[in-house]
Design a protein around this ligand. Structure first.
Ligand code: NAP
Length: 303
């Protein structure tokens, strides 16, 4: 089996070592080492690769994206249209997402932002609060991460609902499907979690009107893709205090420019796209299992 790896922004050595350990008979090479040669791989493992890889590698049976978001990859002009593209499905990231979302719920729902301010003023000021279990959490996007997070929050006793275009089977929580039910879903979401990908159809899905349809005092937690939210509209809703706060990990343009008004907004907490980093070991396990499935489907026999 021949594998080419191009993931210049991550620890390529880790992937090389892990692949060599679990696939000792595979011929695994870094893209940089083969780009001037005629060597052809069967599988490509990539994260933000050089576009030249797809111009050069013409025998790929599948492409594996070393992350859950494929928007950057889909923008590469030479990405082959007829080669199956696999993305990471949870692969250990769900637990990280869950912790991040719980942090946002607790930070704003239990008023830790205010206590931080009071502490700086040496002020003893208890805040009245309702139990987080009395609030509704809305998971916008029911891919592998949305389903995992919704299920875990439900198991922790929270009131969860999800939204996606198509109905999902065997969810442990309520779901709303289709654009005709989106506004109703939003109107009951005290904590709205954006877990949608960047697509033409999801661009600014959370428009001014839709953000206004959230209950007064709602909190937005954005961990899918930033382009789903109209950032100007979000800022206005935070400034007018229609929204209680926002925990943002993803933005329409990353890295966020130093001039962006989000930096100055007191009820925004921001992180630099690190809510759920790729878990290398889980990623390798999933990719190798997928390769095995492909090989078996294509008639490979062990004996
Ligand atoms: P995903 O496969 O990226 O997205 C699945 C969801 O998106 C489903 O609800 C699907 O609806 C919906 N969807 C797909 N295309 C759509 C379209 N054209 N219009 C409307 N809805 C569409 O899910 P995931 O793997 O769980 O990932 C969720 C997001 O988290 C991704 O954007 C990923 O990049 C991001 N992410 C962020 C981090 C981080 O650190 N911040 C880490 C990992 C992942 P249907 O199923 O009904 O079609």
């Amino acid at each position: 089996m021949r594998i080419v790896l191009s993931s210049p922004l991550t620890d390529q050595e880790y992937y090389l070592k892990a692949l060599a350990k679990f696939c000792p008979y595979a011929d695994i090479r870094l893209w940089d080492a083969v780009k001037e040669t005629s060597w052809q791989a069967e599988y490509a493992l990539v994260w933000k690769p050089d576009n030249g890889l797809f111009l050069h590698q013409k025998e790929l049976k599948a492409i594996f994206n070393l992350g859950a978001g494929i928007d950057a990859l889909e923008k590469l002009p030479d990405l082959p249209k007829d080669t199956p593209l696999y993305k990471l499905r949870d692969a250990g990231m769900g637990q990280w997402m869950l912790e991040y979302i719980l942090y946002g719920m607790i930070h704003f729902g239990r008023h830790f932002d205010r206590y931080q301010q009071y502490q700086s003023e040496r002020r003893w000021q208890p805040e009245l609060t309702t139990s987080l279990q009395e609030k509704s959490i809305g998971i916008l996007g029911l891919g592998p991460l949305g389903q995992f997070v919704g299920d875990q929050l439900r198991q922790l006793g929270y009131n969860v609902a999800g939204w996606s275009r198509s109905a999902k089977k065997e969810l442990s929580f309520d779901q709303f499907n289709g654009y005709e039910n989106l506004d109703h879903f939003l109107s009951r979401s005290h904590f709205l979690v954006n877990l949608l990908p960047a697509k033409d159809e999801t661009y600014h899905l959370l428009s001014e009107d839709r953000l206004m349809s959230l209950p007064r005092g709602a909190v937005v937690i954005s961990v899918g893709r930033g382009s789903v939210i109209d950032e100007h509209a979000l800022l206005v809703q935070l400034q007018t205090r229609h929204l209680r706060g926002a925990l943002l990990d993803v933005f329409e343009h990353e890295p966020l420019s130093k001039e962006h008004p989000f930096w100055q907004q007191d009820n925004i907490v921001m992180t630099p796209h690190m809510a759920a980093p790729t878990q290398y070991e889980d990623a390798i396990k999933q990719i190798l299992a997928d390769i095995l499935d492909i090989e078996l489907d294509q008639g490979y026999r062990f004996l």
